[in-house]
Design a protein around this ligand. Structure first.
Ligand code: ARG
Length: 496
């Protein structure tokens, strides 16, 4: 069968075509009068090509729950200040409830010709409740989308924090159960000094804890309500911004409303998206680093761990293969998430105040980063939970006395030798061991003494792994008591 025919038959990519896209018709514009909410000053509708190009409902439909909440609060405020009647507000709320249910059931038909989630909902609402023609009083899509987005970012941050908590618990559990296993710690990917597996894993607990702080900050900074900023210069109508803020939960710890304080900044600002994007990028980089560590540990060359079958795949050709695909994808996906941040930076750079349509692209990147990270955190949790350390391989790797060369230098210091001299002495001992092709602690007395007079007798006691670890009980070091202390501290922090 020829390839063209094959393509013609299967076209798998068609499966992924968005519902609102399709063959582009670059017509210059239809004769029909525009049906858009802004259609008043237009005599023609946008070209199909323009609609396809500019619609955002294919991705911003997921702001619908926030958009509805915002409309509920806004109409309650309009009623509160007397811009609409009680009856009108009730009709709007009833309509919003009905739409909310229809959207949640997946029965709402999104229309790309109506551009975005805001106009889709407003038009559908007006059909159910003609009173909704008053809903857009004293607001613009610019402050509306800024408000929806803040609500989304608050919730997205909370979700990622929850997932990070779960991941932390998974790492803590495996660190806890492998406290007694030691491996070489590496610098330059060269065996450097012994550490316990728990110490290595707790390094990631620190990183993910900092990530959690970052999302806490995003949620905190998102907690200012921009609604009422209008298109860019507020409104002449007598609105009550604090009322809306309270309705939507934009409040401080004492229940006081938090509203943004510059209408131009409020509609042009995308700092939060960048903060969130940065937090996601950094989490993905932490994920990528732990994935890489475990990939290395899993290789035959290291042989420190066995991975769970459920998160590995085989080779279609080589029957013996069990590949660490979940970890490789975690490492790879960081590229996407970092890319989203880069796209956001580039989008905002050089934009004049205030709102520009470029800003619509913020959601594509933010949703992408969030969705991928949400998956990555769960996959990492699942993979980590099934990692089994191979004790004997780890013991063999960590048994190399050369890993304790620095401990020997420290011992010489405790014997009164200056550290720089001690470093040279041990360096000479290492060279001698290599020359004689023996382990560092097996250089014969005669040769050792010739290098430094202190190197007789007691120096060999340094080469005891347990003793070496017990000598490192300072804060943040890999001594067993210190590790237990750190583990307990984290376990308390992440207790269910
Ligand atoms: N879909 C738009 C966005 O996400 C909403 C704001 C549109 N505002 C406007 N002036 N065209 O940015």
């Amino acid at each position: 069968m020829d390839l063209n025919e094959l393509h013609g038959r299967y076209r798998p990519y068609q499966l992924f075509v968005l519902p609102c896209s399709g063959p582009l018709k670059p017509s210059v514009g239809m004769a029909k009068k525009s049906q858009a909410t802004w259609g008043g000053r237009f005599s023609r509708s946008p070209a199909d090509l323009m609609l396809t190009f500019s619609e955002s409902v294919s991705f911003d439909y997921r702001l619908a729950p926030y958009d509805i909440a915002v409309s509920r609060a806004h109409s309650a405020m309009l009623r509160h200040v007397g811009l609409i009647s009680q009856r009108e507000m009730r009709a709007i709320h009833k309509g919003l409830n009905a739409l909310e249910a229809r959207i949640a059931d997946g029965k709402f038909k999104w229309n790309p010709a109506l551009e975005d989630v805001h106009m889709n909902i407003e038009q559908a609402l007006t059909k159910i409740a003609p009173e909704a023609a008053k809903l857009h009083t004293a607001r613009s899509r610019n402050d509306q989308v800024a408000t929806d987005s803040r609500l989304f970012l608050k919730e997205a941050s909370r979700k990622l924090i929850d997932l990070l908590h779960r991941l932390q618990r998974a790492i803590l559990s495996i660190a806890d159960s492998n406290q007694n296993i030691s491996i070489p710690g590496y610098t330059h990917l060269q065996r450097a000094q012994p550490v316990s597996v728990a110490h290595h894993l707790l390094a990631y607990v620190e990183m993910f804890d900092r990530d959690i702080n970052r999302y806490e900050r995003v949620a905190e900074d998102a907690n200012w309500c921009p609604l009422g900023s209008g298109a860019l210069a507020g409104t002449t109508l007598p609105i009550d911004r604090e009322f809306v803020a309270r309705e939507l939960g934009f409040i401080d710890k004492r229940g006081r409303a938090r509203v943004t304080t510059n209408s131009m900044d409020a509609v042009a600002d995308r700092d939060l998206f960048l903060d969130f994007g940065h937090a996601c990028a950094l989490s993905s980089i932490h994920i990528s680093r732990i994935a890489e560590d475990i990939i290395l540990w899993n290789s035959s060359e290291f042989g420190y761990v066995e991975l769970p079958d459920a998160f590995c795949t085989g080779s279609s050709l080589m029957p013996q293969k069990k590949n660490p695909d979940s970890l490789e994808l975690l490492r790879g996906k960081s590229g996407r998430i970092v890319g989203s941040l880069q796209a956001l930076y580039t989008m905002v750079k050089g934009l004049p105040l205030t709102y520009n349509r470029d800003l619509q692209e913020d959601k594509v990147q933010t949703f992408e980063a969030f969705d991928q990270l949400e998956l990555c955190l769960q996959v990492l949790e699942g993979t980590i939970g099934g990692v089994v350390f191979k004790k004997s391989n780890c013991s063999k790797a960590v048994a190399d006395p050369a890993l304790l060369a620095t401990d020997l230098a420290d011992w010489l210091v405790s014997e009164g030798v200056a550290f720089r001299d001690a470093h040279h002495v041990v360096g000479a001992l290492v060279a001698k061991a290599e020359e004689l092709n023996v382990n560092l602690n097996a250089v014969p007395d005669l040769e050792a003494k010739a290098i430094h007079p202190k190197l007789r007798g007691a120096w060999r006691e340094v080469f005891d792994l347990q003793r070496a670890l017990k000598n490192r009980e300072g804060i943040g070091m890999p001594g067993p008591k210190q590790i237990r202390k750190q583990l307990n501290r984290w376990k308390k922090r992440y207790a269910d």
